[in-house]
Design a protein around this ligand. Structure first.
Ligand code: DGT
Ligand code: CA
Ligand code: ZN
Length: 575
């Protein structure tokens, strides 16, 4: 897949144009194209021009650049831009929170050469006093550097999983594997991943290893052994492949799925029962007799435990719950009846209602909620109150024609910096569904941010708080809010909280989702799709829900549309 590579280059072009102070619309076009190429479900290298042109944000010019890259391995315009802008300056821009203007200033005035240099200067407080740089700016730059370093170690699930699945498919096709599975944090659906662990069985392990190190994904071979090899992919991801005996596959799968903390608990339980567990099987201590190991469930069965799904294996109470017979019946993809966070052409989405409805029906959904942006978000073509009413009327007209499917007329209203809503209550009252969220002023203090969210939660027309902590994995930390207080007020007011399934958000995260469930707060899962292929992100939202122990009954979008619409109106009636 060339998608991630090309997306990265387009993002870099946007950075370079930004440094040069070029037209913001052109810059945004590159960023939008990058995002959509990354979310494109097939390899752009295999797509003909007509198909490239269907990707939102890609016109003749950018399609030409993609084809140029695939044919020649380079993009001339990009190379020229790099010539114009000093490399040191480009490196500085990779620090999240450091904009082009400040980067230029640091580069010119302090001759900052690289990130380490910048870090040292910031620690020595040598940046303060330059025009526009305060102590807070310095702190943010240091935070950004830390995040950059962390981000290199762990990648978002949504970037890693497609690569891992592609490698799996290639191995199935091109090597003599019998059983094969992902293991490690990927199989547990953790939101960030250090490396890809794959486990397989085969009667010809050496051939499997040979095929593996020659996969088209591989950039570098770290180690090639008879049953274990490690490579680094084009995307910079490490992949470890192990081949084991069929007879040990289950035990090895359990061992290499982890987590380490979960495994330690299992081993302790085994020891107490006179048993031994390792990656080869489950054995009786006294005579080393093998009791199982072919199937993963052997491990749990012999320990007298029910099967524990990989998403729960973190030693955060799953062993106790298993012992007491109160493991949750986790939410499944098939329980999801619709998507509760979608943007259309009316704001910054790419599709008409007809297109969205057709795609949702094709997935077997019964409804979707259209939640376009409000006017405060100019860059996202937010709607005025009048436009919102027009949109609602059009949705009503479409609903009259639909059978067995409902288009829910909603809105994603911006929570302004002062805590007021970007639309009046009179306007919010008119739509069927209101999602409220913060898109600016992230750097306010804890008290201010908490107050803003609480004000939104207390609004009688707001049904859901979307992406409540504002994190962007690897780019921006969650903002500083009193999440416990927010959940408490949500509970009191009957307001639901979103799990935003957009791969860089995954917000609420698994830990907070679990806390929300314990408090009895309903959860809405929404993909925040701006193009149809992003409907596929639902699986990431469901994975967060599962890691948060959520069951079908905890999640709003497992309900029918009639029921949902009733629930959305309930809060306003009570106030
Ligand atoms: P990651 O890679 O940081 O995203 O997370 P994991 O869980 O994939 O960690 P990784 O790749 O270091 O190891 C994969 C699994 O192998 C891990 O979940 C449990 C098992 N494992 C690795 N090292 C040890 C160990 O020292 N002891 C035990 N019991 N298990 C281990
Ligand atoms: Ca791993
Ligand atoms: Zn949105």
């Amino acid at each position: 897949m060339k998608n991630q590579e090309i997306a990265r280059i387009f993002n870099e072009i946007a950075d370079l144009l930004e440094i040069k102070g070029e037209n913001p619309f052109r810059i945004r076009a590159y960023r939008r194209a990058a995002q959509n190429i990354e979310g494109f479900p097939k390899d752009v290298a295999e797509a003909p021009t007509e198909e490239l042109l269907t990707i939102p944000g890609i016109g003749q010019d950018l399609a030409g650049k993609i084809e140029e890259y695939i044919k020649t391995g380079r993009i001339k315009a990009y190379e020229e831009l790099k010539e114009e802008v000093p490399e040191g300056l480009v490196v500085l821009l990779s620090v999240p929170s450091l904009g082009p203007k400040t980067a230029r200033l640091l580069f010119d005035k302090l001759k900052v050469k690289d990130i380490d240099d910048l870090e040292r200067l910031a620690r020595e407080h040598r940046l303060v006093g330059l025009p526009g740089i305060k102590e807070k700016t310095e702190e943010n730059i240091l935070k950004g550097i830390e995040m950059l370093k962390r981000g290199k170690e762990r990648q978002p699930l949504g970037r890693v999983l497609p690569v891992a699945n592609d490698i799996l498919e290639h191995l199935k096709e091109k090597s003599p594997v019998k059983q094969i599975s992902l293991a490690g944090s990927l199989r547990r659906w953790k939101d960030t991943i250090k490396d890809i662990d794959i486990l397989a069985t085969s009667t010809k392990p050496k051939e499997v290893m040979k095929a593996f190190v020659h996969l088209p994904h591989v950039k570098e071979v770290l180690m090639q052994g008879p049953t274990k090899s490690s490579v680094v992919t084009e995307e910079g991801l490490q992949v470890d492949l192990r081949v084991v005996e069929d007879d040990s596959f289950g035990a090895a799968l359990c061992y290499f799925t982890g987590s380490k903390a979960h495994n330690i608990r299992l081993r302790e339980m085994a020891l107490k029962a006179g048993l031994k567990i390792n990656e080869y099987g489950i054995f009786r201590e006294k005579d080393e007799k093998k009791l199982g190991g072919k199937d993963e469930n052997d491990v749990y069965r012999i320990l007298r435990l029910p099967y524990i799904p990989p998403e729960l294996r973190e030693d955060t109470g799953e062993i106790e719950a298993a012992l007491e017979g109160r493991l949750p019946r986790l939410l499944e993809m098939k329980d999801i009846k619709g998507d509760l966070h979608i943007h259309s052409k009316w704001s910054d989405g790419s599709h008409t209602f007809d297109e969205l409805v057709a795609a949702a029906k094709a997935r077997g959904y019964r409804y979707i909620a259209i939640t376009d942006h409000s006017k405060g978000l100019g860059i996202a073509r937010g709607l005025s109150e009048e436009k919102l009413m027009d949109e609602k009327r059009e949705i009503e007209a479409i609903n009259k024609k639909l059978r067995g499917f409902t288009l829910i007329a909603g809105v994603e209203v911006d929570i302004r910096s002062d805590g007021t809503m970007d639309f009046s209550d009179e306007a919010l009252k008119e739509v069927d569904f209101v999602v409220a969220s913060i898109h600016s002023g992230f750097r306010q203090n804890r008290e201010q941010l908490t107050k803003r969210l609480v004000a939104a939660i207390k609004n009688p027309y707001v049904s859901v708080i979307a992406h409540p902590t504002g994190r962007l994995i690897g780019e921006r930390d969650a903002y500083d809010v009193d999440i416990d207080h927010i959940l408490k007020v949500a509970k009191e007011t009957g307001t639901a909280i979103e799990i935003n399934a957009y791969p860089l958000r995954l917000d609420l995260n698994d830990i907070y989702a679990k806390r929300a469930k314990e408090l009895g707060i309903p959860i809405a899962i929404g993909t925040d799709a701006h193009i149809i292929s992003q409907f596929n992100y639902m699986v990431y939202g469901v994975s967060i829900a599962r890691r948060g122990w959520l069951e079908k009954s905890d999640v709003l979008n497992t309900l029918d549309a009639d029921m949902l619409l009733k629930i959305f109106k309930m809060k306003a009636k009570q106030v």
